[in-house]
Design a protein around this ligand. Sequence first.
Ligand code: G
Ligand code: G
Ligand code: MN
Ligand code: NA
Length: 250
Amino acid sequence: EWVGAELRHALEHGDLVPYFQPVVDLRTGRLVGAECLCRLRAAGELLLPVDFLEIATEEGVLHLLDRQMLRHACEELVAWDGLGRGDLEVSVNVAAQHVARVDFADGVLEVVEAVGCDPARLHLELTESALLELSPGTTDRLRRLRELGIGVMLDDFGTRYASLSYARQFPVTALKIDRSFVAGLPTTRTDAAIVRSVAALAEGLGVKCVAEGVETPEQREFLAALGLLGQGFGLARPMPADELRARLQD
Ligand code: G
Ligand code: G
Ligand code: MN
Ligand code: NA
């Protein structure tokens, strides 16, 4: 129906809209980067992934969607450089369907090279379900990108039973604690225990750790004490690229 038609049009014309949600160092409150999130403008509305990701999945075009977002994210890295924030990093979501493609790594490199951004400040977010699809070929492709400096974050970490084995198998650069665990902080004992252990695991692995879905001052305080990075509506909502740029200029 109409969403599918709008999606096909946006994919063909490069019209998908990237939003950027800030990631901050919870101890200092300082901005350290942003996650790029896809939006679709249709019938005067801005649709969220929940409205069109399923269609994109069924049509087998997620890699096209991901690549558009990748390009926008790389371009923002360059724009932030120009604003004196060459320290900021960016992450993009990579669908299972996309990471499984044989041309996945070449596609990423092509964009990074065309835009000329610093690969060391780019991170690919993979969900554990994406990693479930992992074949030796995919693992090699991810390793190749890692060797070039591109980061690999485990998204929605902790929601699948196999989390720990992935953290062990892959050269990951960051863990993103799923917001379902953050929601119960600081009072729910099990959530607090899980968040503390993921933070300790990240520290032990020597990788970054981002808590997602930070909404309240109390959650923020709990997570700051663990030295974590945070992302969530209580810190900043996803926003258009120019809005984030404007903030950097203040
Ligand atoms: O803000 P939010 O509604 O954007 O995102 C909902 C879900 O959609 C999240 O799980 C997120 O990972 C996914 N998502 C957002 N943008 C992209 C994208 O560019 N590519 C892929 N594969 N998933 C995305
Ligand atoms: O991790 P994933 O890529 O699944 O997560 C991105 C999704 O989380 C997006 O839909 C984004 O809008 C949403 N999100 C970001 N911060 C918050 C928050 O504080 N609370 C809730 N409920 N969702 C959030
Ligand atoms: Mn994500
Ligand atoms: Na997530």
